[in-house]
Design a protein. Structure first.
Length: 282
């Protein structure tokens, strides 16, 4: 028993020393926040439900409906791609959104902002864990779709490009949620769950954007998800409605990232001056 106690103590000291060594570098702060989110994930059973339950419900609902309607294989692949995309983006962006919401729920926002860290570091650190969770969701959903509904993935290179685009979109959505919370307070935390769904509906998650009414097809052209969905569906022999898919998708995504990076900087300064940080910690 004494030997086990010493091992645990040495393990704790090693982890603390390792994290302190990392903390001397900017990247170390990012890793520290990633480690924090990982610990939250391990201790929260609801997080595992998000990874498995809701994405699987969405996949099976869409897949079984497609079988009932006797959809052709290509049409079924179209909507299954949407279900998989929705699961990956929602799970990944939630980790970025939770980077701030965890502190709000635990009443410790002021401690995070008093620490010598940049506002982007807790976002990127959480995003790393979101990528791991999003990758797990993608593997589970794509394999279930293959086994049960005969869904076929394209080659590995297009899939990796597609996933990179989805992870970038998830980062943008999570940053948008955090900036809204810093500007308007906890009453807008519902955007952590609703914003991604709303954007994906406009992006043609289960249908071509040409079917959207009114001005929504034009609005969809300003959402990066639209281009990545069209890109991956082109490998299922669907003709894209738009052109220059990867250039526009990644171009918009990178542009929005820098805009939101500056927006969060302004929101943080405003929240500190107005006392929002203290109110979120009460």
């Amino acid at each position: 028993h004494h030997r086990n106690s010493n091992k645990k103590q040495l393990h704790r000291i090693w982890k603390e020393s390792f994290l302190n060594w990392l903390g001397e570098r900017s990247f170390g702060n990012i890793i520290a926040f990633a480690y924090r989110n990982l610990m939250f994930t391990k201790r929260n059973l609801f997080v595992f439900a998000e990874i498995l339950f809701w994405p699987m419900v969405s996949l099976f609902s869409v897949g079984l409906m497609g079988d009932f309607l006797r959809l052709e294989d290509l049409t079924l692949s179209f909507i299954l791609t949407g279900a998989i995309t929705q699961g990956v983006i929602q799970v990944t962006q939630l980790d970025v959104s939770y980077s701030l919401l965890y502190d709000i729920w635990s009443k410790s926002v002021k401690h995070t902002f008093l620490a010598p860290v940049k506002e982007y570091q807790y976002l990127i650190g959480s995003w790393f864990i979101g990528i791991l969770r999003g990758s797990a969701v993608f593997i589970i959903l794509s394999q279930c779709a293959r086994i049960i509904f005969g869904y076929q993935l394209p080659r590995i290179v297009p899939v990796l490009i597609f996933l990179t685009g989805l992870y970038l979109c998830a980062l943008i959505i999570g940053m948008s949620v955090c900036s809204l919370v810093l500007f308007f307070g906890q009453r807008v935390e519902v955007t952590a769950w609703s914003l991604a769904i709303f954007l994906m509906l406009i992006s043609g998650i289960y249908y071509p954007i040409s079917m959207l009414p009114g001005p929504f097809p034009t609005i969809a052209e300003f959402i990066p998800i639209t281009y990545f969905l069209e890109y991956i569906r082109s490998f299922h022999r669907f003709t894209p409605v738009l052109d220059h898919l990867l250039i526009k998708g990644f171009g918009l995504g990178i542009m929005y990232f820098f805009i939101l990076r500056f927006t969060i900087y302004l929101a943080t300064k405003k929240a500190c001056r107005s006392g929002m940080i203290l109110r979120l910690s009460e």
